[in-house]
Design a protein around this ligand. Sequence first.
Ligand code: UTP
Length: 277
Amino acid sequence: MKALIPAAGHGTRFLPASKTIPKEMLPVSARPAIQLIVEEALDAGADEVVIVTSPDKPSIRRHFEADAEWRARCASRPEADAELAHLEEIGRRIRWAVQAEQRGLGHAVLQAADILRGEKEPVLVLLGDALVSGEAPSAAMAAISRATGGASVVGLEEVPAEKVSRYGIVKGERVEMPGVGGEVLKLSDLVEKPRLEEAPSRLAIAGRYLLDPMVFDLLATQRPGYGGEIQLTDAIRRLLAQRPVYGYRYPGRRHDIGNPAGYLETLQAFAASAARP
Ligand code: UTP
């Protein structure tokens, strides 16, 4: 399985910090958020991770690059050296794509098409500013895809009524899937940012996707949608018309590190889980 992390957004909700520090590089303990996301992808069985970044955010790539000077500096500090060795190991599994113009999440995903279009299996997409505490959803989503003959799966969370108009909201029928920690649905529709009266449920697509590689062809012809941006959910809606798509309401909690309040709440959640014996 291949994974893809879009991390090229402007991050305007985190200005002025995001002027020079990409939100994906914000630390959660000593590791930056994007490193934890790469680790989630590898733990779920990905053998390679493509990160889409922008020319304005060189620190993301630098973080994962092998650095002999740092290794030499830490030679007599085993813990620090072990962290750097681990990072180097991860770095070998990363490939890079560039989104030069920020035209939306779907457009960012499309920038990895040259690398991933020929894949036979669904590609795991993890948003670079979304962390999940508790059970990581990616591994369960990969298991659901295998159990359904390679179907696409989107991660879901329940959102309060007043927030449904901010998300892609799904319609689907619950299906039994033994051995999976959360609820599984077979989707029949997907509505991007519906009004509350028109929302088919309160289940929103949230931060993790496992997508049939056909999505790259769909994105290539995807017209701009909400906000004038190429929306990934619009392409998934077209995918749903041709291929099965499941939803996984994962038991873990999603945290948005893309704004200051969300970031602070993320740190609290991760500190609490680190403090548990
Ligand atoms: P967001 O929806 O939070 O958008 O991105 P944003 O533009 O980064 O942030 P704001 O709204 O200006 O504060 C969700 C994920 O998709 C990536 C982001 O880097 C983030 O990891 N993304 C978004 C891209 O890679 N390219 C884009 O054009 C938009």
